[in-house]
Design a protein around this ligand. Structure first.
Ligand code: ARG
Ligand code: ZN
Length: 890
C-alpha cells in the first residue's frame, strides 16, 4: 500500500533525548535505548508510535514499570503505547543479528567491522523508535565491543570517554550536541586507522578532521582529506556556513549500497568515493571523490541543521546539496585555470558532465513508469525514490532559482532559510518561500516544478523581419502526460538566449521598448504556454543560441539544419551550447545511420559532419577537456531515448560504423593530437592535465575503433608504460573496445597486477561488461559476464561488484543485453530474484534496467514482458522490487 504525501500527520509524541547502549556482538548485539518522549502540543492526541523491523524485543519499561495490560500494542510496522503523561521515559532492550543482515541497511558487518546506514528507515531495524525525520532528538551513545576485532569505536558528535573492560572488551561514549532525526544516527566499530588534520574554521575554532580507512589504504586518503578542507573553505566563503562540531569524521566501508551518507559528524562512505591515488584511481575517480566528499559535507547545513519534515521532501536536501556540490566543483575547476577563458571553459566542462548525467539518467526515468515530480506524491518503498529525478532534476530546479534570483538574491534566500528554520524539519514550500520572501519574488508558478513530472518540451521559433530590423522569438512549452498526471500546466522557465551574427559574434540584445542594447545573453522568463519576444536593431538574420548554459531541464525543440549546427559548433560563444550543438549534430548523424542499418541499407557518414568534427579536433587553442567532451559520442542510453522506437542493435551498428569512419578519415589528426597531448612529469590531479589525458584517451579510442597496427601498438605501449591509472585504464578501455586480440592479453595483465585490489577490479569487471562486439565472431558478452561471476573477487553481496558487472551489462551495454534470443533478459530475471533475497535495494536498482521497456520495438517489448511477468510472479519479492515491476507492468 502506497504512502501518500497528503496524509502527513505529526506524531502525538516526539523525543527529546535518546541514550543508546550497544553491546556489539556479531550474532547477538544487544541494544538498550532510553527515550524521553514528550507530548507534541501541535499534534492531535494519540499513542506513542514506535517503528521496528526484524527486532527481538527483550524488555520494555514505561517510566520504570512493565506496561499495563493492553497498554502496548503490536502493529504491522512496530509498536504503539497508550500513555497519558506529557513526559514519558521508555527503556527498551532489543537484540539484533548484524552478521545476518545482508541488506546493508541498519546495523551490519563488513570485513569484520560494524557499520550503520539509517537513511531512510534503517534505524527501525536497530531499535524501536519513532523513526521519522520530523522527530529530532539529542543523542548519547555508548558502544562496547571486542577490543582486538574493533579497536576503533565511533559515533556522532564528540567523544566523552573511552575505557577497557574485562574479557578483552572496551567501550566508548559519544555525545552529539545537536538535535537530529534518527536517519542521521551512525556508529562504526572496526579495525581502522585515520589520517588526521587540525584546521581552524573561519571564526578561528580549531577542529579535528579524520578520514578512517583500513590500514592498507592509508596511502589513498590524502585526496579525500584535501577535498574535505576545500569543501569547508568553500562553504565558509560562498554561503558563510561553518563547521559546527569540534570533530568531523569520514569512514570508508567496502560494502555500501549508495555513494555515501551524511550522518552528523560521522560521514560513512563507499570506499569508491574516498580512496584515490595515482596508481589506482583515474582522474574521474579523483573528481568523484572530491564532489562526494563535498556533497556529504555540505549536507551538514542543507540536510542536517535543516532537515526534511517527511521523505516526500527529500529533494529539499538532495536537490539543494547536489546543486551546491556542482557549484563547488565548477569553482574548483575554474580556480585551477590560468585565464578567464580557461575558467569559463572549465566551468562548462563541469556543466556538461552535470547535463550528460541528467540526460542519460533522469530523462529516461521521467519518460518511463517511475516518472515522478521532484517532490513525489506517493511511494511504496522510499528507497526507490533516491532517484535521478529527486537528485539531478532537483538540482536543476535549484539552479533555475539561482538563475532567476541571481547569485546575491539566492544567497539572501539561503540566509533567510537558515534564520527561520535552523534546527527544524521543513518542507520544499518553506525553502521556496524563503527564496521568494528574501527577493520579493513571485514563485507561485515556479512551485509547479515541484509537483509536475515529465520532461517539458520547449519549442522555439524565430522570425526575422528585415524591414523592421527585428527578430521575434516565440517560445512555447508543453509537458507530456506521465503516470497519474494526464494534464500539465505551464511552468516558470528561465531561458537564457543569445543571438549570433553572421560573423560568428554575439549581438548586443535590445528588447522592444528598451532604451539601449545590453548584454549578449539574456534570461527570458517563459511563464505561459507560449510567449513572444521581439529583439530590435538587428541588421541581418541572426542564429539563435537558446537555453545557454542549459538554463532549464527541458528538451529543446528547434529547427536547425546541419549547416546551422556546424556554425554553432564553430562559433557559439557559450561553451555549453557549443558542446550541445556538436552533440545534437552527432545525435542526428547517429540516428540517421541507425535508421539505415535498421532498413538494411548501407550507412554513410555525411562529409560535412566529418569536417565540423575535425575542426574541433585540430583546434589547439581550445581546452582539451572541452574538446574531449565535444567529440565524445552521446551515451547509448540517451540515444535510445531519442530513437523512436528504440532499437539497440541498429543503433550499436551505427555507433560502431560512425566511430570507425571517423577513426579512419581522421587517423592522421587523431595521431597528431595524441602525440602532442602527452603530459610529462609526475602525475598530479589537475584539471589541465586531466583534460589532456581525457582527449588523448579519446583519440586513442577512435584510432582503435578504426584499428590497424599503429593504433594497437600505441594502445599496447600506453598500457605497458603508463605511470598512472588514468593512462593505464584509458589504454585498456581502448583495447577492450576493439576486436584486437591484444585486448585479452591486456585484460589478463591488468587482472594479475590488481587481483587483490577490490576497487581496481571493479573497473576491470565494468569494462568487460560494457564491451561492444566489434565483429560478428567475437564471443558474446553475456557468456563473459556469467564466467566473470565465478571469479573469486566477484560477490553478489558486494554492491560495487554488482553495479560494475551486472549494472554495466544491464544498463550500459544495450545491444548485448537486448540480444534477440532473450538470454540477456533471462539472466536479468535470475539475478534480480537472487539479489532480492539478500539486498532489496541493490536488486531494485538492477530491476530498474528494464523499466523503460515500452520505448522499444514491439518485438523487443514482447520478449521483455515475459521476464517482467516472471519476476512479478516470484515468491517473497521485496516491496522495493515489487514497486518497480508493478509500475513497469501497469
Ligand atoms: N543521503 C545520502 C546522500 O545522498 C544518500 C543515502 C541514501 N541511502 C539509501 N539507502 N536510501 O548523500
Ligand atoms: Zn545527498
Amino acid at each position: 500500500t502506497p504512502v501518500r504525501r497528503e496524509a502527513y500527520q505529526p506524531l502525538a509524541y516526539g523525543v527529546e533525548t535518546v541514550d543508546l547502549d550497544f553491546l556489539l556482538d556479531p550474532k547477538a548485539t544487544q541494544v538498550s535505548s532510553r527515550l524521553v518522549c514528550v507530548r507534541n502540543p501541535d499534534a492531535p492526541a494519540g499513542p506513542i508510535v514506535l517503528f521496528g523491523e526484524g527486532l527481538e524485543l527483550l524488555s520494555l519499561h514505561i517510566d520504570g514499570a512493565e506496561p499495563a495490560a493492553g497498554q502496548l500494542r503490536k502493529t504491522d510496522s512496530g509498536l504503539e503505547l497508550d500513555v497519558s503523561a506529557e513526559r514519558v521515559v521508555l527503556d527498551i532492550v532489543t537484540r539484533i543479528d548484524p552478521s545476518a543482515n545482508l541488506t546493508l541497511s541498519g546495523l551490519y558487518q563488513s570485513r569484520g567491522g560494524y557499520y550503520t546506514q539509517c537513511e531512510a528507515e534503517g534505524f527501525r531495524s536497530i531499535t524501536y523508535f519513532p523513526d521519522r525525520p520530523d522527530i529530532m532528538a539529542r543523542y548519547t551513545v555508548r558502544l562496547e565491543a571486542d577490543a582486538a576485532a574493533c579497536p576503533v569505536l565511533l559515533s556522532n558528535g564528540n567523544l566523552l570517554e573511552t575505557g577497557n573492560l574485562p574479557n578483552g572488551r572496551h567501550f566508548a561514549r559519544w555525545e552529539d550536541p545537536f538535535p537530529k532525526p534518527s536517519y542521521l544516527f551512525a556508529l562504526v566499530a572496526a579495525d581502522l586507522k585515520a589520517l588526521e588534520r587540525k584546521v581552524d574554521t573561519a571564526s578561528g575554532r580549531e577542529v579535528l578532521l579524520q578520514v578512517w580507512v583500513e590500514e592498507r589504504d592509508l596511502d589513498r586518503v590524502g585526496h579525500a582529506m584535501d577535498s574535505l578542507i576545500h569543501s569547508m573553505r568553500w562553504d565558509e566563503e560562498v554561503f558563510g556556513l561553518e563547521l559546527d562540531l569540534d570533530r568531523f569524521m569520514i569512514v570508508a566501508v567496502s560494502d555500501f549500497n549508495m555513494g555515501a551518507m551524511e550522518n552528523k559528524g560521522l560521514n560513512i562512505f563507499n570506499t569508491k568515493y574516498v580512496l584515490a591515488n595515482p596508481e589506482t584511481g583515474t582522474d574521474l575517480d579523483f573528481e568523484n571523490v572530491e564532489s562526494v566528499v563535498a556533497h556529504e559535507y555540505f549536507h551538514n547545513w542543507t540536510g542536517n541543521r535543516v532537515t526534511c519534515r517527511d521523505w516526500f521532501q527529500l529533494t529539499l536536501k538532495e536537490g539543494l546539496t547536489v546543486f551546491r556540490d556542482q557549484q563547488f566543483t565548477a569553482d574548483m575547476m575554474a580556480r585551477a585555470s590560468d585565464s578567464p577563458d580557461a575558467a569559463a571553459s572549465a566551468r562548462a566542462v563541469t556543466r556538461i558532465a552535470n547535463v550528460r548525467g541528467l540526460r542519460g539518467g533522469q530523462f529516461p526515468e521521467d519518460a518511463g513508469p517511475m516518472a515522478h515530480p521532484i517532490r513525489p506524491d506517493s511511494y511504496q518503498e522510499i528507497n526507490n525514490f533516491y532517484t535521478a529525478t529527486v537528485y539531478q532534476k532537483g538540482a536543476e530546479v535549484i539552479r533555475m532559482l539561482h538563475t532567476l534570483l541571481g547569485r546575491e538574491g539566492f544567497r539572501n534566500g539561503m540566509d533567510l532559510y537558515f534564520s527561520y528554520h535552523d534546527g527544524q524539519a521543513v518542507t520544499c514550500d518553506d525553502f521556496v518561500g524563503c527564496m521568494a520572501e528574501a527577493n520579493g519574488a513571485d514563485l507561485d508558478r515556479f512551485m509547479r516544478w515541484y509537483s509536475q513530472a515529465g520532461t517539458p518540451r520547449l519549442k522555439a521559433e524565430g522570425v526575422y523581419d528585415p524591414a523592421g530590423r527585428s527578430y521575434s522569438l516565440t517560445l512555447s512549452q508543453s509537458t507530456p502526460a506521465t503516470p497519474g498526471q494526464a494534464d500539465k500546466l505551464p511552468l516558470h522557465i528561465p531561458v537564457a538566449v543569445g543571438l549570433i551574427g553572421a560573423d560568428g559574434v554575439d549581438l548586443p540584445l535590445q528588447l522592444e521598448g528598451e532604451a539601449h542594447a545590453g548584454d549578449s545573453t539574456r534570461v527570458l522568463e517563459l511563464k505561459d504556454a507560449s510567449q513572444t519576444w521581439r529583439f530590435t536593431g538587428i541588421d541581418a538574420e541572426p542564429v539563435p543560441s537558446l537555453l545557454r548554459g542549459y538554463s532549464a531541464p527541458v528538451i529543446l525543440d528547434v529547427v536547425e539544419d546541419d549547416a546551422r549546427l556546424a556554425f554553432r559548433m564553430a562559433h557559439d560563444s557559450d561553451p555549453f551550447n557549443r558542446w550541445d550543438a556538436a552533440q545534437r549534430y552527432m545525435e542526428r548523424v547517429a540516428l540517421a545511420l541507425a535508421a539505415e542499418a535498421a532498413a538494411g541499407r548501407p550507412m554513410e557518414v555525411p562529409q560535412a559532419f566529418g569536417h565540423a568534427f575535425r575542426a574541433l579536433l585540430v583546434n589547439a587553442s581550445l581546452d582539451p577537456a572541452f574538446v574531449a567532451e565535444t567529440l565524445a559520442l552521446p551515451s547509448e542510453a540517451y540515444l535510445l531515448e531519442r530513437m523512436q522506437p528504440a532499437d539497440p542493435a541498429p543503433l550499436r551498428a551505427a555507433l560502431i560504423h560512425l566511430s570507425r569512419e571517423l577513426g579512419q578519415a581522421l587517423q592522421g589528426d587523431f595521431l597528431a593530437r595524441y602525440m602532442d597531448l602527452e603530459v610529462d612529469g609526475e602525475y598530479r590531479y589537475h584539471p589541465a592535465d586531466a583534460g589532456k589525458r581525457a582527449l588523448r584517451n579519446l583519440c586513442l579510442r577512435y584510432m582503435m575503433a578504426w584499428g590497424g597496427p599503429t593504433a594497437v601498438q600505441l594502445a599496447s605501449l600506453q598500457f605497458k608504460t603508463a605511470g598512472n591509472m588514468t593512462e593505464r585504464y584509458g589504454a585498456l578501455a581502448a583495447l577492450v573496445q576493439s576486436d584486437a586480440p591484444e585486448r585479452l592479453e591486456a585484460l589478463e595483465a591488468f587482472h594479475e597486477r590488481y587481483k587483490d585490489d577490490a576497487l581496481v577490479l571493479d573497473k576491470w569487471f565494468l569494462l568487460q561488461a560494457c564491451a561492444w562486439r566489434w565483429s560478428a565472431d567475437a564471443p558474446a558478452t553475456l557468456e563473459r559476464v556469467r564466467a566473470l561471476m565465478d571469479n573469486p573477487a566477484f560477490s553478489l553481496s558486494n554492491p560495487n561488484k554488482v553495479y560494475s558487472l551486472l549494472g554495466g551489462y544491464f544498463k550500459a551495454n544495450a545491444a548485448e543485453f537486448h540480444r534477440e534470443d532473450g538470454a540477456g533478459y533471462a539472466f536479468w530475471a535470475e539475478q534480480v530474484v537472487a539479489l532480492d533475497r539478500n539486498n532489496p535495494q541493490v536488486a531494485s536498482r538492477m530491476a530498474r534496467a528494464l523499466e523503460g521497456w515500452r520505448k522499444f520495438t514491439p518485438a523487443i517489448q514482447a520478449r521483455i514482458r515475459v521476464v517482467l511477468e516472471q519476476v512479478a510472479g516470484a515468491e517473497g519479492l521485496s516491496p522495493d522490487v515489487t514497486e518497480i515491476i508493478g509500475k513497469a507492468l501497469a
